[in-house]
Design a protein around this ligand. Sequence first.
Ligand SMILES: N[C@@H](CCC(=O)N[C@@H](CS)C(=O)NCC(=O)O)C(=O)O
Length: 255
Amino acid sequence: MSHPRLSLQTKYSSAENAKALFDPNASFTLIYWDVASVGASARDMLSLGKVQWKDRHPTDEEWGGGKLPTPFGVMPVLEVHSSDGKTIPLTESIAVDLFLAKRFHLLGDNEWEEATIKGFYSNIHYLRERSFMTVTWTHSSLRKIALDNFIGKTLPQFIADHEFHLRENGSNGHYVGDKISLADIHLSNIIDHFSYLPSGDVMRGLFNESDLLCKVKTKVDAHPEIAAWRASAPWNTLARATVKVYECTAPPSEE
Ligand SMILES: N[C@@H](CCC(=O)N[C@@H](CS)C(=O)NCC(=O)O)C(=O)O
């Protein structure tokens, strides 16, 4: 069944859309399920940016009943509301994250830093995508072998690769330069993501063995605005709901 589609063409011109996106007084609505998952980095950045933002969690009735048009039938969708009343929708988590990172100065200080941060972000993002596609949402009979492979090979390789790059940047708890960036924030959220899964203790254990990765996470989580958001009741509700959602993805032997 096809979903109700939302056009990305607003009734405004391209230039007006662009102006609205960077309106310093804009507010934001993140439309996503009431879980951390693919919305987590965006929420951290909205908090860090000290802007007015809110979560909108569609009800099952609204979503299942086809009452919420989106560009591709998936969320997150970020709505940017300019102070002169325009609402500009943005789709796809990568585009949303990159937009927010640019808006809140989380893409470094020059073209090289930006391209390098985006490279790290993409690699971090791909780890979660691989796990979604090959482990979490695979056929239940394949989950055990897929999980063993992920824990035995994919994750250790990822950690070793990222330790190499963090060391190359001076082991200072940042991927690029000496300040927080989109890459740092995404790593922190991906570590959380794996902690929420049924084998979360094992995965979190592997991350915990890496001082270099933990240093990045500690710094992100200690950022004043991010720390305040993560200490809030809504953040904790999202974290608990995420654990519940993934419970059904445990391999059969663990059920
Ligand atoms: N490529 C998309 C994928 C987003 C996605 O898969 N969203 C899921 C929730 S995590 C969704 O909205 N699924 C539709 C549904 O549950 O009916 C992105 O990164 O934004």
